[in-house]
Ligand binder design. Structure first.
Ligand SMILES: *Cc1c(COP(=O)(O)O)cnc(C)c1O
Length: 396
């Protein structure tokens, strides 16, 4: 496999050279003020990327999955009920984690390809007069299906029912790439990781807690040790962790936030939308369909593309890896073999994206699909030419 090519998986994403360098640093004493000079700006940067004035940001040596566990175990007690929709592999896994923690999950089964059913949430919350439901789980961007859900609508469902449940949002494949509004949406726990929008190697679970979520930690009875935010907060007050932090990754995170905020979040989101639109133009030109059922739910970070009946979509991913040294994502769970995924988040340009589309075309043609070489590339080229990217200067 050639390592010269960009990856087109929806995480880990391509790492800009400056971030690779930022992660590569000599050992420092992680209990010294010097470490505080990395830790505190990194937390502040994340808070700004979350578009929050006051979220408490905690960063664990873990991955997004550890962030899920942080949200649950710090705020809930055994036997508590949570409300969640299952519309893809990631929402499914979070539900599974809840069940393994002894929580009761009220599951709204939702067709894969659709967004969260905010209307169903509203009905269930309105009917829950005794406030049995302690938290509502929402996967902002279902990475398995390329579906973005409307978190503001989930917030409205809670507010209209006058329901006090906490709102937990999985933003692992949206935060730092698509508009995510911690404060405006009244998010109580936001969860992400280092290896997607932040363009870093895997290894950090990144969470934001609201005041209400912090208050819930005082009564929550689920066992927690490694992911205890109270221990973490005590450590932070002394420029330290309760254990050894991932110093290099934190240095990278600090630099990543600086890059994102320098570009401007609006520009970051516009860039992802633009690149995604080019990919979608290619998919249309190929005569294929997205797994996402309608434009309102199209994800700007990943496209899951359905292949014709009887064709194994995973063959495209294998072919790309073996023959061309390029990584695409396979279908997961219910859509395994039915879709392949193009990740288009993080550090990516138009030209890099075109190379991925060209590679997908070669694979599909090699495997006998009725694809005209260059058709999707040309559609994307037309789109990119017609809607030029902001230059660095304009963006600044
Ligand atoms: C990648 C991803 C996760 C899991 O994150 P890990 O870092 O692999 O633990 C969770 N949710 C979503 C939506 C994701 O895309």
């Amino acid at each position: 496999m050639s390592f010269q090519n960009p990856v087109f998986i929806p995480g880990p994403t391509n790492i800009p050279e400056s971030l690779r360098k930022a992660c590569d640093m000599p050992t420092i004493d992680h209990r010294s003020p010097l470490f505080g000079q990395i830790l505190h700006p990194a937390r502040e940067g994340v808070r700004r990327v979350l578009q929050s004035a006051s979220a408490e940001v905690f960063i664990f040596p873990a991955t997004g999955t550890g962030g899920w566990e942080t949200a649950l175990s710090n705020t809930l007690s055994p036997g508590d009920t949570v409300l969640a929709a299952r519309n893809g592999m990631f929402s499914h896994r979070w539900i599974d984690m809840c069940q393994r923690h002894g929580l009761t999950v009220e599951i709204v089964e939702t067709p894969w390809g659709e967004g969260l059913p905010a209307q169903r949430y509203a009905e269930i919350l309105a009917a829950d007069k005794s406030h049995r439901i302690k938290a509502v789980l929402a996967t902002h961007n279902e990475t398995a299906t390329g579906v973005r859900s409307d978190i503001a609508a989930v917030r409205r469902a809670l507010d209209e029912a006058g329901h006090p449940a906490l709102l937990f949002v999985d933003g692992v494949s949206s935060i730092a790439s698509m508009d995510f509004r911690f404060d405006d949406w009244g998010v109580d726990c936001a969860v992400t990781g280092s290896q997607k929008g932040f363009m870093l190697p895997p290894g950090l679970a990144i969470v934001g807690f609201s005041d209400k979520a912090m208050a819930a930690t005082q009564t929550a009875k689920l066992p927690r040790t490694f992911f205890d935010v109270t221990d973490m907060a005590k450590g932070y007050a002394n420029n330290a962790y309760p254990y050894t932090p991932a110093v290099g990754l934190l240095n990278g995170l600090n630099e990543s936030c600086r890059m994102l905020l320098d570009e401007g979040l609006e520009n970051v989101f516009a860039r992802h939308n633009r690149i995604a639109e080019g990919v979608r133009a290619a998919v249309r030109a190929w005569g294929l369909e997205l797994c996402a059922v309608s434009p309102e739910v199209y994800s700007d970070t990943v496209s899951a593309i359905r292949t014709p009946e009887g064709f194994n979509a995973t063959d495209i991913v294998s072919r790309a890896a073996q023959t061309y040294g390029v990584a695409f994502g396979t279908g997961l769970g219910e859509v395994a073999g039915k879709v392949f995924r193009i990740g288009h988040l993080g550090s990516l340009t138009d030209v890099m994206t075109l190379s991925g589309l060209a590679c997908a075309e070669m694979c599909m043609k090699d495997l006998g699909l009725d694809i005209t070489l260059g058709s999707g590339v040309a559609a994307a080229q037309d789109f990119y030419r017609a809607t030029p990217a902001l230059t660095r200067k304009e963006a600044a």
